[in-house]
Design a protein around this ligand. Structure first.
Ligand code: AMP
Ligand code: ZN
Length: 466
């Protein structure tokens, strides 16, 4: 079966191929950099990372644009309160976002673009929308007239006919229920920061930045546009209205939306105060790959309930995989290969592929790997896993980790050296657990030769520099 995605636009699961030259033109809405992102935000960005990696594993090239929203009401307000320029204020949170992405092993988009680097492009596009009769001005601001776009509502599947007239909104936080004309260019309030443009002094609205940067870097029609489910309406609906009014072409062939990370029945959100940042969780001792595993483990179209028990379970799941991987790499296996084992590896690899092809069903892909680990352990225990079975099994784990990326331990302490030592210590622990004492001793000697002494204590192994 080929790769399929659920498309919010058609409300159906559709087979996916890029439109041109085997390259996927992908746009995903990025963070608003007014503060640290929370792990709810990172659930959506982790979904995007799994999407990227699976598209690549499926043989496609990637051309991916992600925007950084570095101007909006909150940013202007907070920067003014701290007496900072927008640039200085947002630079801190932009860097924090990039650092957090690296910590979570999230790949960086081919084009990571800032709204404030495209003010001129946005002003030009708004002028073109005006020439096409899609806008009107009021008190120095320019609004998009949604009644001028007949397809309005086609993504969110709302029928707005009859209530498209007149009412407008110019804040950055929108009501879900009603369709309103939205600001493309906002006149500054008293004392507020602004850019000068042919549209008068002001700054762009949030929606126009995505349309303009997507079209600029990827062309009129994207293969995939993705984001969190809260962006379907009005943000993505408005992006479609602007973009298709500008180009006359469909804006995106596929629309993918990730469901929320929840806390006790509610969406994790800054405004509800029920959030954790990545830094909060790492501060509590959770490893980045454990958080990554948890965020990736539930298919993106199902909401995911965040609990500390869930993190514990993720940690145990990773340990189980690492223990098996170590056994697979180091076990003294009988010569030759076992046909049944070879077939089992093949069926696990197939189940892994089928699950991710099925609209990125990560839960099933993980289940396929865990069932395989159970069976492979049984084969090894009874000497039916031969040396010739090893390479195919290792390839399965490579394919698994190219997507999930959780096997390599990251250090509890920052710094490459420490991370490497921690990884070796963990590997030695796992070797001892699986009674592979030769490998455990080998690691101890290797560390000793580099000046690292190990100490076995009741609470586990400690290491120190000699
Ligand atoms: P923002 O920085 O608010 O623009 O949000 C960045 C991304 O995080 C958007 O794609 C949102 O849809 C997404 N998002 C916000 N809250 C959550 C949540 N609780 N779970 C999953 N995704 C979320
Ligand atoms: Zn967007």
């Amino acid at each position: 079966m080929a790769l399929r995605f659920y498309n919010t636009l058609s409300q159906r699961v559709e087979e996916f191929h890029p439109a041109r030259d085997n390259t996927v033109r992908l746009y995903t809405c990025g963070p608003t950099v007014y503060s640290y992102a929370h792990i709810g935000n990172f659930r959506t960005f982790t979904f995007v990372d799994i999407l990227r990696r699976w598209l690549r594993a499926s043989g496609f090239g990637l051309d991916h644009v992600m925007n950084i929203t570095d101007v909006d009401d909150k940013i202007i307000r907070n920067a003014a309160a701290e007496k900072k320029t927008l640039r200085d204020y947002t630079a801190v949170y932009t860097q924090a976002f990039l650092d957090d992405c690296a910590t979570l092993r999230l790949e960086v988009a081919e084009h990571l673009v800032k709204a404030t680097d495209h003010i001129g492009d946005m002003a030009d596009s708004i002028a073109r929308l005006t020439a096409g009769q899609h806008t009107y001005t009021s008190e120095g601001s320019t609004y998009f007239r949604i009644a001028s776009f007949p397809g309005y509502g086609k993504l969110s599947h709302n029928d707005f006919s009859g209530n498209l007239a007149g009412a407008r909104v110019d804040v950055d936080e929108y009501e879900k229920s009603d369709a309103r004309d939205f600001a493309l260019w906002k006149a500054p309030k008293e004392g507020e920061f602004f850019w000068d443009s042919a549209l008068g002094p002001g700054r762009p609205g949030w929606h126009i930045e995505c349309s303009v940067m997507a079209i600029k870097y990827l062309g009129a029609t994207l293969d995939i546009h993705a984001g969190g489910v809260d962006l379907v309406f009005p943000h993505h609906e408005n992006e479609i209205a602007q973009s298709e009014s500008l180009t006359g072409k469909p804006f995106s062939r596929f629309w993918l939306h990730a469901e929320f990370l929840m806390v006790e029945g509610q969406k994790m959100a800054k405004s509800l105060g029920n959030y954790f940042t990545l830094r909060d969780l790492i501060g509590r001792g959770y490893k980045p790959e454990v958080i990554r595993y948890l965020l990736a483990s539930v298919p993106y179209r199902k909401s995911l309930n965040f609990t500390f028990d869930g993190l514990q379970a993720a940690q145990m799941a990773i340990e189980r995989l690492r223990t098996f991987k170590l056994r697979l790499d180091t076990e003294n296996l009988p010569e030759g290969g076992n046909e049944k084992m070879a077939a089992r590896t093949e069926s696990a690899a197939q189940a892994f592929t089928n699950s991710l092809d099925d609209d990125l069903n990560t839960a099933e892909a993980l289940a396929a790997v865990f069932e395989y680990v159970r069976d492979a352990n049984t084969f090894m225990d009874s000497d039916r896993f031969g040396a010739e079975n090893r390479p195919a099994a290792q390839r399965l784990f490579e394919r698994f980790d190219a997507i999930f990326d959780v096997l390599k331990p990251s250090g509890a302490i920052a710094g490459a050296d420490e991370a490497e030592i921690e990884a070796l210590v963990a590997e030695r622990e796992a070797a001892r657990k699986s009674r592979n004492f030769a490998r455990a001793d080998q690691i101890r000697d290797q560390l000793l030769s580099r000046g690292i002494a190990l100490e076995d204590t009741k609470s586990g192994v400690r290491w120190k520099r000699k």
